[in-house]
Each structure stands twice: as C-alpha cells, then as structure tokens.
Ligand binder design. Structure first.
Ligand code: PMP
Length: 442
C-alpha cells in the first residue's frame, strides 16, 4: 500500500519517476551509488547553486547531502567554477607534472598537521587502499585493525566487518581485524598479544560521518597505544578533513596521527583523494637506489588521474578559501543553529530523540529519549536499533523532500547555508515529522 507521504512524493516528482523507469534497465536498481537507492524512486537533479539544488520537476531543495560531504562552500562556488573553466581550456590531462599539484600539495601540508608528505589519488577509496599498503610496507607487518561499522570506501580490505561481502576473498578479509569502537581494552589486548599489526584506522569522529560517535578519550587512547606498540595510526579524514576544523579532526582533537587519508572537500567538489603523513611512511613509494627496496619492498603507485589538473584547480580554490576565511566557523555556527532549532522543535512537539553531532555534520536521532551533550551521542545497541529503523528513515527522507529539504537523518551543513535556510529547514522538518506522526511512525 502506498503511504500518504509516498503519494505526495509520487505526485510531486513525475519526471524523476519517468527517468528511474528507464534507468532500471541500465543500472542495477536504477542507480549508480548504493546509497542513492530510494523507494519508490530517487530524485533526478539538474543543477545546484550555493546551498540549493533543483530536480527535473523544478522542485527547489535545500541541500544537506552536500555532494556526499564534498562541498563546504556550496554548489558551483564562483571561484571554483572560474578556475575549472580556465583549466578546461588549458587541458584536462597533460601527462606531466604541473604547478597545480605543487600548490595543492602545499595547501595540504599547510593545513594538515600530520602531513609531511602527500600523494594524490582520485577518491577516498584509493586513499585508504594506499594507506594500508604503505603501512604494511613500512612496518613489514600484515594485519590492519579497523572498527566495526567504520567506513573506509569500498575496496576489498575496507569491507571487512561488513555483512555484505560478495566477491571478496576470505584471505583478504582475514588480513583485517575488526574490533568494537570505544573499547580501548580490546585494542590493547590485541596489540599486546599479536606482533603482526601494521596499522589501526578509524573514522575519527565515529562511524558513518559521526553517526555512531567515538569518544575523544578513545581516540587519545589509540594514539598512546599505537605509539607504545609501534603501530601506524591512520585517521580516515575523507569526511572530517577540512570540515571538522580547518585542519580536520586531528586539529579539532589536538591529536596527530601518523597518516591520514583525505578526499571530498580536498577536491573542491571534483574527484580527488590523498594520503599524507610522516615522510618516512609516504616515502615508501620513493626510489632509493637500494635494489632490495626499489625492486621488492617499495610501494608502487600509478593512476591515470592522480593530481589531475581539473581536480587540482578546484582543490586549490577550495583549500585556499578554507585556509584564508572562517569557513569552518561559519558552517559550524549554521550547524549549531540548526541543531538548537531542531532540538527545540522536537521538545515542543514531544517527539523523543535528539539532534547531535560534531562541527558541521549532525544527526537526527528519532525514537529514544536519552541524555547526551548534543555533540558526542553514544547510545546502546538497543537504542541504536530503534533509531536506525529503516522503514521510518525512508518515509522521513521522502517527507523531507516533499517539504523542500534533501536530508535524511543526516545534515551536512555548508558555510553557504544562511539563517533563512536554517529556519526554513526547521519548519520543513517539523512538517515532515508531523506527516510521520500521522502515519503512526513516531
Ligand atoms: N572514508 C570515509 C570516511 C568515507 O566517508 C568515504 C566515502 N563516503 C570514503 C572513505 C570513500 O571515499 P570515496 O567515496 O571518495 O571513494
């Protein structure tokens, strides 16, 4: 049976429905990214400007999907558009080193504490894959510790701990050790009992962009334990880099890892990735003249689009703007305003839950009354199960779009969002939640 929310969505999006019918014959489930699946169908977008985007039916949305976290300046920032347009005319791939990659690399080392040296890729997935390989080559050890539910891209190693592992060799998954987050004892026990651990990787504000938070004490404990046992600590800053603060989660916590991986904001809205860290680890790629190192221990790294001129041009603009302007402060202030507005609205409507999160990545957690400081919200597995109710999440996302907001339970705030956008978002979310209540879902 079609719900009232779904009917309103279907009525308001005939163009998207038509396109999805065609796309189903082209792509599995009709989509090109697993998280773009949406029942009855996803929207088809035409363009974006600042904090807004439009779909093929002419609906205007306030955007909190934010280019999957890659846009902190808003859609089509004029400086980025100008730099990329100019570069298009100069060439998209010169099969040569460029001044652009030097400027981009300098911005990364200026902004990111652990970054003594850098290597560029085309995505976050490539960056974490390379980080694992570098840490293994550097330490001569094989195993990598990751944490349950922490996402590091879709390559075979990163999928360890996931229940969906079709096509991934057991041997690859066996080279990973998956531990529960926020459990330092489990980490210390593993490090003390095994001598084959090359590295520990984590999403430093918690899994899925901070959805399931980790505590600062846990991150600090990981730094101490990895130092004690000679294990490489990798912060996956694909989301948090240049967002949680200008210098990422490492600046926010004041905890410097040995390496970090970056993507998203790094590329200014174009594809880009990088691994950075201690020179002696990143230099595992370097030729030394020692035949044993060069011909066997060295890390090899090709990649047609590494540091490609278009992404570099966009990335330079994005990182320069972040470096020289209070972009993070603005995005955080807008996120705080949204957090407070939504929490007040939940209280007024007697809806159990909270809106919480660090910096400009915040989460609407519905269904459970609980105490938290509105930043680091840690819930029991039972509470998490109630909050993650998949049917309600879909209805919420559709209802939000019916009221002009592209967000689900997650809001990735940009510096481009204005106070008016935030006020409109609070009232639209209230309407969406009333729709959910009318369907008996809250
Ligand atoms: N690490 C984290 C923390 C991510 O959130 C993501 C993507 N959402 C990735 C790695 C993978 O990045 P990409 O999609 O650019 O491959």
């Amino acid at each position: 049976m079609v719900t009232a929310i779904e009917q309103q969505y279907i009525d308001g999006h005939p163009g998207s429905a038509e396109r999805h019918a065609e796309a189903k014959n082209l792509f599995p489930d009709g989509v090109t990214h697993d998280t773009r699946r949406l029942s009855p169908f996803p929207i088809y977008a035409t363009h974006g400007l600042g904090p807004h985007k439009w779909d093929v039916d002419g609906n205007k949305l306030i955007d909190y999907y934010t280019g999957h976290g890659s846009l902190i300046l808003g859609h089509s920032h004029p400086d980025i558009v100008e730099a990329v347009t100019k570069q298009m005319q100069l060439g998209t791939h010169l099969s040569a080193s460029t001044d652009l990659e030097i400027a981009w690399g300098n911005l990364v080392t200026d902004l990111i504490d652990c970054a003594e040296k850098v290597r560029f890729h085309s995505s976050g997935t490539e960056a974490t894959m390379m980080a694992f390989r570098m840490a293994r080559a550097y330490t001569g050890k094989n195993k990598i510790i990751k944490f349950q539910d922490h996402f590091h891209g879709w390559h075979d190693y990163a999928m360890a701990g996931n229940s969906v592992v079709g096509g991934i060799p057991e041997e690859t998954l066996d080279s990973m050790i998956v531990l529960p987050p926020n459990d330092l004892n489990a980490v210390e026990l593993t490090l003390s009992q095994r001598s084959d651990i090359a590295a520990i990787i984590l999403e430093p504000t918690g899994s899925h962009m901070g959805q399931h938070a980790v505590t600062q004490d846990f991150v600090k404990g990981l730094r101490e334990a990895t130092r004690q046992y000679g294990v490489v600590l990798i912060f996956d800053e694909v989301v948090t880099g240049f967002r949680t603060s200008r210098g990422g989660a490492q600046e926010y916590y004041g905890i410097t890892p040995d390496m970090c991986t970056m993507a998203k904001i790094l590329g200014g809205g174009l594809p880009g990735g990088a691994v950075a860290g201690k020179a002696e680890i990143i230099n595992m790629i370097e030729m030394t003249g020692d035949p044993v190192h060069d011909n066997s221990r060295r890390v090899q790294h090709n990649g047609t689009f590494n540091a490609n001129p278009l992404s570099a041009a966009a990335g330079i603009q994005a990182l320069s703007i972040v470096k020289h302007n209070p972009i993070n402060d603005t995005a955080n202030a807008m996120a705080d305003m949204l957090k407070n507005g939504l929490n007040d609205m939940l209280a007024q409507n007697e809806i159990p839950g909270c809106v919480s999160g660090i910096a400009s990545c915040i989460w609407l957690r519905l269904g459970v009354d609980h105490e938290c400081d509105r930043e680091v919200c840690i819930l029991s597995p039972q509470e998490t199960e109630i909050i993650d109710h998949p049917g309600r999440k879909t209805q919420l996302e559709l209802a939000m779009m019916n009221h002009g907001i592209h967000a689900g339970t997650r809001f990735i705030v940009m510096a481009a969002h204005t106070e008016t956008d935030i006020q409109d978002t609070v009232s639209a979310t209230e309407k969406a939640l009333i729709d959910l209540r009318n369907q008996g879902m809250i």
